[in-house]
Write a protein that binds this ligand. Structure first.
Ligand code: DX5
Ligand code: ZN
Length: 221
């Protein structure tokens, strides 16, 4: 299980220190939630914030996992790749030419992911699944940290995992939204192998290190 710490939950006034704390606590990836106020009803941050994390990511060997919750993502793929993205995930709902977008991400030297909103069926990836490095199963409606996990996600993850076992065993299955130590084990059992968390890592009950350890304990028990 890989843990991707969403910097949306960090104190952006002290972003590098908070990101470093998550990495030192054992988070393998940093999750960068980019929101445009159009695809989702919130605005977060963009390329300059990514750039401020680039050195830290290189120094520590941490993958920058960019989740683009934006319309027309093709316009910005190169900028995010140049800013150090290792993986770029776009939303299926925002990409009328999803095949072209995925190829574009790969041509830029990044791993390619596609995210599905809670109401978006997996069948929209029928003809592209084998081209993907990652499927992101949204467990909240995207736009905000701190929302509650939607219970139907568990069955959707299991569905992705069954398809992946048959068609693409290396596929990474990421779950994002309301993920906590309490539901981490259930998500991993269903088939998720990358957990994203903002609030539970940066705003949990303990220190960042304790919060990350709680995830490890939850999946190893
Ligand atoms: C939601 C974002 C998530 C968010 C998760 O739109 O894509 O990555 O930061 O936040 P928590 O873990 O607080 O639900
Ligand atoms: Zn996200």
């Amino acid at each position: 299980m890989l843990l991707s710490a969403s910097i949306l939950g960090a104190d952006l006034g002290d972003l590098r220190a908070h990101a470093r704390a998550a990495i030192e606590a054992g988070c393998e990836w940093l999750h960068v939630d980019v929101m445009d106020g159009h695809f989702v009803p919130n605005i977060s941050f963009g390329v300059p914030v990514m750039q401020s994390l680039r050195d830290l990511a290189e120094e520590t060997g941490t993958l920058l996992d960019v989740h683009l919750m934006i319309e027309e993502p093709d316009r910005y793929l190169r900028d995010f790749a140049d800013a150090g993205a290792g993986l770029i995930t776009v939303h299926a709902e925002a990409c009328p030419h999803l095949h072209r977008t995925v190829q574009h991400i790969k041509e830029l030297g990044c791993q390619a992911g596609v995210a599905l909103n809670p109401a978006t069926p997996l069948s929209c990836l029928d003809h592209i699944l084998s081209d993907l490095d990652l499927v992101l199963v949204m467990s909240v409606n995207p736009g905000f940290a701190g929302q509650a996990y939607i219970p139907a996600t568990k069955a959707k993850i299991a569905h992705v995992a069954r398809r992946a076992a048959r068609e693409h065993p290396e596929l990474l299955i990421q779950v994002d939204g309301g993920v906590t130590p309490s539901n981490a084990g259930m998500n991993v059992q269903a088939g998720a192998n990358v957990l994203v968390a903002a609030s539970a890592i940066f705003k949990g009950t303990g220190t960042v290190a304790e919060n990350v350890q709680a995830f490890r304990d939850a999946v190893s028990s």
